[in-house]
Design a protein around this ligand. Sequence first.
Ligand code: YXS
Length: 258
Amino acid sequence: MPLIRTEIADSIGTLFLDHYAKRNALSRELVEDVHAAVDQFRKERVRAVVLRSATNEKVWSAGHDVDELPKAGIDPLPYGDPLERLLRAIKTYPAPVIAMLHGSVWGGACELVIACDIVMADETVTFAITPAKLGVPYNAAGFLNFISRLPLTVVKEMFFTADPMPAERALRVGIINHLVPAAELEARTYAMARTIAKRSPSAISAYKEAIRVLSEAVAINPDTYEYLHGLRREVYFGPDYREGIAAFREKREPDFGR
Ligand code: YXS
């Protein structure tokens, strides 16, 4: 069974996540299918992309497929990870990508949403940034995705608590562009996509790339990079990552000691 579906109409490409049995978890296979669809949209010069779930259920995506996270001692979020590659493909896609959200968004799916250009959501949406529940050391590119878009206080609270943030607050802090009633979400999202598709594609592509480059313009020297990487290694070689993954698999609360 395919894990996604795609459609192109009026120069707008739609990508439906379609694996609700696993709550649209971002497995390697699903993510690679999404990436291939994005590449195809690029070839077909699609002028706006809508990323949505195929179902109107209570979960939009459960985040990384936890069953595929590596055991302790291996970097769980390396540069070549399929989701990391997909995030880069979305950020460098030469036209706007609109996330259309109904339901809860977890872990890596929050970063997928934040990598999109515009977020349309209804009142059922929540966002939980979960690595501290699993002992996962987040990577520098991931932090930058959040801190270049949201206030530091919000990013810290979300990373430190891992608690879901409701839609109303997500609108206030700038995760969501438009919060609309569920019955209007699709119409409002495609109206936005149609407006974008009428504007100059070459100008929009140049704006998107300029905004990406400028928002990522953080210079760090190699020593600093190694320092950050060393901080992460201590976590994925340490006991918390082992305990976090084990607890998830055993469907219990992790015990990180006191
Ligand atoms: O038991 P079966 O085979 O039916 O499978 C169940 C779940 O195991 C599966 N599933 C997942 N499988 C792999 N990875 C996942 N992230 C995942 N989430 C769910 O889907 C089937 C249905 O799940 P179930 O029964 O729990 O559904 P529910 O409707 O009662 O609850 C929905 C959720 C989303 C509240 C619940 O599934 C859940 O809490 N999922 C995990 C959410 C989460 O913590 N995601 C973070 C993943 S880790 C990640 O993204 C990064 C590594 S990080 O944290 O660093 O950002």
